[in-house]
Write a protein that binds this ligand. Structure first.
Ligand SMILES: *[C@@H]1O[C@H](CO)[C@@H](O)[C@H](O)[C@H]1NC(C)=O
Ligand SMILES: *[C@@H]1O[C@H](CO)[C@@H](O)[C@H](O)[C@H]1NC(C)=O
Ligand SMILES: *[C@@H]1O[C@H](CO)[C@@H](O)[C@H](O)[C@H]1NC(C)=O
Length: 404
């Protein structure tokens, strides 16, 4: 059950450390005696100031982290669908079907604050336009989730306060109209993808292990429930009604949530089930991520240090699968996947990539995602080699959208 209580703990905060200006994607300055002397001088000075022990426990991010990509699912929302026998068919949802609830707004605000604390040594305290790029699905709940996330991530510094009663500053959230969005929502038309997806969906729906469940649901909802996609919508509706403290019907007892969960998660996974579907479903986003990594590695863009994507449960699942994970996933509200680009400069400059998953907005310790196609740590070259397999050179052509 979601609660509105405001969770203000700071447990994500890493050990407090002296503020270091991260080098981001800037070329590492050539070592010189002057630099060495200055560094030594600073080290001595910080020891005198009592930071000596602390600086040994500096989170690794502050030393090697260069770029962060965060993809999250929007916060708690109203149901998007109803069903024929739904006792709450005419329920007056505040703000209407599919909209972000106040709980949802708060969840993403909290998530923003958690990331602020987590990356305190990496992100500039002050919002700087060129440092951050935010892309959202055009659905209102995603746009609004991005906004409250940013309110938590970048509260205005004193200099940035522009109204004494409003500790908030505007931060742009970019989005493409749904019919053009093949990057976050994946709603742009793709003929080849649709044909493959429908073939796969039909194949899964024909699995006899679902027959009993489909029969039960069809009977009680008073409508045809013969697809994992139908189960997907019904599962989400029952879940949101239950979260709103509505008493869902007796007949759901022995199927919800347990028996419906697997077909629900399967339905989310089918959009990006294998590599061919991944290329068309999430390839363009992977292309954008690869480009931003490359711009950092080659110092083509020395300002950007954070990309944020605000999407849906299926967006999270698609990236999860594109990272080689095969487990079915039920991303909760605000679940997030993070990709970190690091630079090791000890011997010579080498880049590597780390991935993390946070189930929901309350998670304290991120789970590091083992990448099955790579060693740990995953060298940048290995990572991009994997991405290259999933990035179409010409998405439109591969979708067979253009008549030949
Ligand atoms: C199911 O549909 C039938 C026929 O349309 C109708 O008579 C019946 O009342 C419906 N039952 C429920 C629970 O909505
Ligand atoms: C992915 O699934 C679709 C639909 O079943 C199929 O046409 C395609 O060949 C599959 N691709 C791979 C790489 O297995
Ligand atoms: C979060 O994810 C981890 C790893 O998949 C899992 O072990 C854990 O049970 C999950 N926690 C919740 C609250 O779902």
């Amino acid at each position: 059950m979601l609660s509105m209580e405001y969770d203000n703990d700071d447990t994500w905060r890493r050990p407090s450390t002296p503020k270091v200006e991260p080098s981001k994607c800037q070329p590492i300055p050539k070592r010189s005696t002057t630099v060495a002397v200055v560094v030594l001088g600073l080290a001595v000075l910080s020891c005198l100031l009592g930071y000596c022990v602390l600086s040994e426990t500096l989170p690794y991010e502050s030393k090697t982290l260069r770029l962060v990509v965060i993809l999250f699912r929007h916060g708690a929302r109203n149901p998007t669908h109803t069903y024929k026998s739904d006792p709450f068919k005419n329920y007056q949802w505040p703000d209407g079907l599919g909209s972000l609830t106040n709980v949802g707004k708060l969840q993403l605000y909290e998530l923003g604050k958690k990331y602020r604390n987590y990356y305190a040594n990496f992100l500039n305290e002050e919002y700087y336009e060129k440092e951050v790029y935010v892309r959202s699905s055009d659905k209102s709940r995603c746009m609004m989730s991005a906004s409250t996330f940013l309110a938590g991530l970048y509260p205005p510094t004193e200099r940035q306060m522009w109204h004494p009663e409003l500790p908030w500053q505007p931060i742009p959230v970019h989005s493409l109209p749904r019919e053009l969005d093949n990057i976050v929502a994946g709603t742009k038309k793709c003929k080849a993808w649709k044909a493959m997806y429908e073939e796969l969906l039909a194949e899964k729906n024909a699995d006899p292990k679902f027959t009993e469940l489909f029969d039960h649901l069809s009977k009680h909802t008073n409508q045809s429930m013969r697809s994992v996609l139908d189960v997907d919508f019904l599962y989400s509706t029952l879940l949101t009604e239950q979260e709103a403290n509505l008493k869902i019907p007796e007949w759901t007892r022995n199927v919800f949530p347990n028996k419906m969960r697997m077909p629900f998660m399967l339905s989310l996974a089918l959009l990006s089930y294998n590599e061919t579907l991944q290329r068309l479903q999430i390839g363009p986003m992977l292309g954008e991520i690869k480009q931003s990594f490359e711009d950092c590695v080659t110092h083509a863009n020395v300002d950007r240090s954070l990309f944020v994507y605000s999407g849906h449960d299926v967006t999270v699942v698609s990236l999860w699968r594109a990272l080689g994970r095969r487990e079915l996933l039920e991303p909760e509200y605000g679940a997030s996947i993070v990709l970190e680009l690091h630079e090791e400069v000890e011997v010579k400059s080498t880049f590597f990539v780390k991935a993390f998953y946070r189930n929901n907005t309350k998670v304290e310790v991120p789970m590091e995602l083992k990448l099955p196609f790579c060693d740990d740590p995953c060298p940048y070259e290995k990572f991009t080699e994997h991405l290259d397999k999933l990035i179409p050179a010409d998405w439109e052509a591969e979708c067979q959208n253009v008549a030949h």
